[in-house]
Design a protein around this ligand. Structure first.
Ligand SMILES: [Zn+2]
Length: 296
């Protein structure tokens, strides 16, 4: 399915694919259940037909009803499916993020509704992207680095958030907001998300010092182990990611609260991790909802 120059879908393509609310609901039904599937109630392979004016489909045999929006961010909202899909389109096609103000203007909802939609989409992007561990003995070099975000609290005291970022060169990025910047927080976060035996490059911060003792081939900017050749130990890739995130946050979001910082980072992770296949970014987002039958 690889095309030579994969591109982000255009607004025109998007509108052709999803011209109506019904087309969005059909899409959810097809990707989550299949219009023809084994009915959870009568156990027959059945066609499911649309129930008029409701967001549901009904088994041809027993009348069992399936709501394809169940368990998605669209469940229990009055916002139309097409508006939801449109905002997801914006999230996938923007480079620097989507503000609630922009959503408010684009689909004509209140600011509060727009903010809530953006928040749910960011959380969902984090779920879809997941955190598959990076590196490994045969993997590429992983760069790990801390980023400090924010400023002072109301009393004027330092109130920056600590974010750990790990990026496999040419591969994926994972970020994690940590309660503090010391080794007790940083090391376990790395153990969990970077495979043992990986080559890992960091700066000389104390929090990274014990990586060698824990089975990593650790190179710091001024000191590298034998496994590295000249010039391999740097953190340029993760630093470039941080500067993109910070610039975009400043430009699009102005300020992001501590409480929601991780969700904004998930959004940036999602786009970064799909950067080589932007043409499927939206498609993946619109078909990755958890399989609803699993928890019934
Ligand atoms: Zn049935």
């Amino acid at each position: 399915m690889k095309t030579k120059h994969p591109k982000i879908p255009t607004l025109k393509q998007f509108l052709e694919q999803f011209p109506t609310n019904d087309s969005c609901l059909d899409h959810l039904m097809e990707t989550r259940y299949g219009k023809r599937h084994v009915c959870a109630k009568c156990d027959k392979l059945a066609n499911f037909h649309r129930v008029k004016s409701r967001r549901c489909f009904e088994c041809d045999f027993c009348g069992y009803q399936v709501y394809p929006t169940a368990g998605t961010p669209f469940e229990n909202t009055r916002t139309s499916l097409r508006d939801w899909f449109t905002v997801m389109f914006l999230f996938c096609t923007s480079r620097n993020g989507v503000s609630a103000k922009e959503v408010q203007r684009t689909i004509g909802v209140t600011y509060k509704t727009a903010w809530r939609m953006c928040n749910l989409i960011r959380q969902y992007m984090g779920y879809v992207d997941g955190d598959t561990p990076l590196g490994g003995p045969d993997g590429k070099i992983v760069e790990a680095d801390k980023m400090f975000y924010g400023g002072k609290d109301k009393k004027g005291e330092d109130d920056k958030s600590v974010v750990l970022g790990m990026i496999e060169r040419g591969g994926e990025v994972i970020t994690r907001v940590l309660p503090s910047k010391g080794a007790r927080q940083v090391l376990p976060a790395i153990f969990q998300r970077v495979k043992g035996g990986s080559r890992i490059a960091t700066d000389e911060a104390g929090a990274f010092r014990e990586l060698s003792e824990n089975g990593y081939l650790h190179g710091t900017i001024n000191h590298r182990e034998g496994q590295y050749v000249n010039g391999q130990v740097h953190t340029n890739t993760i630093e470039a990611f941080w500067s993109h995130v910070k610039r975009s946050m400043r430009g699009t979001y102005v300020s992001v609260s501590k409480k929601w910082l991780q969700t904004y980072l998930w959004e940036f992770e999602y786009r970064q991790n799909f950067r080589k296949q932007p043409h499927v970014m939206l498609d993946v987002l619109l078909r990755s909802f958890p399989r609803p039958y699993a928890d019934t």
